[in-house]
Design a protein around this ligand. Structure first.
Ligand code: AMP
Length: 463
């Protein structure tokens, strides 16, 4: 069976950075607000590092942004640079030591780094450093990045960062404070998102998602390019890209599930792409029904698209309890099923005696769909046609999205017909890979690793 409890280290994170000398901009307070906007990217720990060019102050802790920080933390905070991080990991690695940003003192100064992504050559790099006599205090990739930069810093900080990013492999969107600089870096495939904005008179901001800029009144400038190192200091902004082999392949799952609908990544609106996916889903898998409903939150946009082209009315059929976070993802199957019930409840007046098209953005273990279909039937739905606005997730993600191993993935173990029976649906249809590409941009390339098993970078595959 596919419900085993052997999760690997999964990390989903959000990063933010700001550089501003404006007297009316409090960089720490801005980071705090930005982390609220990025909270959906990680609820397990949060942290902010503030730099004044000489010293770095760091505060981080376990829990939501509102658990770790209070408004009173910020009015007196100084500095003209800050970085922030929110993190979610589901393995036993969830501990304070692994919370970010991470900061260290080294011979030439201090550094603080916040990282979203997963390095795939971490074992080799760690072994190399251990042979040189280094010890590690955490099990996080970020520590090795810091050690590599610190070790090369005598060559000059820009060179040290450049050498480090040439040596690391995998997915990374990094923001860091070092010397008097704020630095943003994206991996050569641009798997995880990172964008650049302007704030106030002459300040700059980095964020995993553009929705954080909207919250701060910052202006979106552009996405950081794959393989690019952007350095901001009192002389302005500088870009280095010495990577010869850059090939943009942003993660398709950011659009499917992870990002907020009000974000724009690589020029593609997340909401618009989800709505297009819903429209294409109807063309690929039409259904006759009285009402279309979406699983809140990330199934709603596609449900609206499906309803729009099918002519079937859209309604709010499921009410979500806003106070149960994504952190309520529990380690065993029974607990997960209970969590769905607490998180989502059907609206009887919309469901009773009606045939329903139920739309969700994705199926991973199948827990959500099975439970919701059961609840809809208990509320009197006459038929439930399940439609999924992404292709079948059949492979794990090694680049920073929490997807379990194949033995837990419903789509890796069962055919669509078997999945339909297992979920208890009257019919089941998934968006095709081609349909997903149409909904994003058919002329561009995306990382579809969790859908087709073809990864942009070679990874050590599970046994
Ligand atoms: P499952 O219940 O295991 O089939 O997971 C699918 C549901 O979880 C869908 O409602 C998705 O919106 C949501 N989901 C998809 N990917 C993830 C993820 N990486 N972490 C948490 N929830 C997810």
């Amino acid at each position: 069976m596919y419900y085993k409890n052997n999760d690997k280290l999964h990390e989903e994170c959000g990063v933010f950075g700001i550089f501003s000398r404006d007297a009316d901009i409090n960089v720490a307070a801005m980071s705090y607000l930005a982390l609220y906007a990025l909270q959906h990217r990680g609820q397990e720990s949060a942290g902010i590092a503030i730099g004044d060019g000489e010293h770095i102050q760091l505060k981080k802790g376990m829990g939501l942004v509102s658990d770790v920080f209070a408004d009173s933390d910020f009015p007196a905070a100084g500095g003209h640079m800050a970085i922030g991080h929110v993190r979610y990991s589901t393995s036993g690695q969830s501990c304070f030591e692994n919370a970010q940003p991470m900061s260290r003192k080294f011979k030439q100064g201090e550094i603080a780094v916040a990282h979203n992504g997963n390095l795939t050559n971490i074992a080799v790099l760690k072994e190399m450093f251990e042979e040189m006599g280094y010890t590690f205090e955490t099990s996080s990739d970020t520590e090795i990045i810091i050690k590599m930069i610190a070790r090369a810093a005598r060559k000059g900080i820009e060179r040290a960062i450049d050498d480090t990013v040439q040596a690391i492999k995998g997915s990374y969107a990094l923001v860091m404070i070092v010397e008097n600089k704020l630095v943003g870096v994206r991996d050569p495939n641009g798997i995880r998102p990172l964008c650049l904005g302007k704030i106030g008179e002459s300040g700059y901001v980095f964020s995993s998602e553009s929705c954080a800029f909207d919250s701060l009144g910052a202006k979106f400038v552009r996405d950081v390019q794959p393989g690019e190192i952007v350095i901001i200091d009192d002389d302005g902004i500088k870009s280095i890209n010495r990577n010869e082999k850059t090939f943009s392949q942003p993660c398709a799952f950011e659009y499917v599930y992870f990002a907020r609908p009000d974000s724009v990544i690589e020029g593609i609106s997340v909401h618009d792409s989800r709505r297009r996916a819903g429209k294409i889903l109807w063309k690929e898998h039409p259904a006759e029904a009285d009402v279309v409903i979406g699983v809140p939150d990330s199934g709603i946009d596609a449900a609206m698209g499906y309803a729009q082209v099918s002519g079937i009315i859209y309604d709010i059929g499921l009410v979500k309890n806003k106070y149960v976070g994504r952190s309520f993802i529990l380690p065993d199957q029974k607990a997960r099923e209970l969590a769905v019930r607490i998180k989502i409840n059907p609206l009887r007046s919309v469901i009773e005696n009606r045939s329903v098209v139920l739309i969700d953005d994705s199926v991973v273990r199948g827990t959500t769909s099975r439970k919701i279909i059961q609840m809809l039937r208990e509320m009197g739905a006459t038929k439930v046609h399940m439609r999924v606005s992404s292709p079948v997730v059949a492979f794990p993600c090694y680049f920073g999205i929490d997807t379990p191993y194949r033995d837990q993935l419903m789509g890796a173990q069962l055919t669509v017909e078997q999945m339909c029976a297992e979920m208890g649906a009257d019919s089941l249809g998934f968006l095709s890979i081609d349909g997903l590409l149409q909904s994003l941009d058919p002329n561009r390339s995306f990382c579809l690793g969790c859908l087709d098993g073809k990864y942009p970078i070679s990874v050590h595959m599970e046994g």
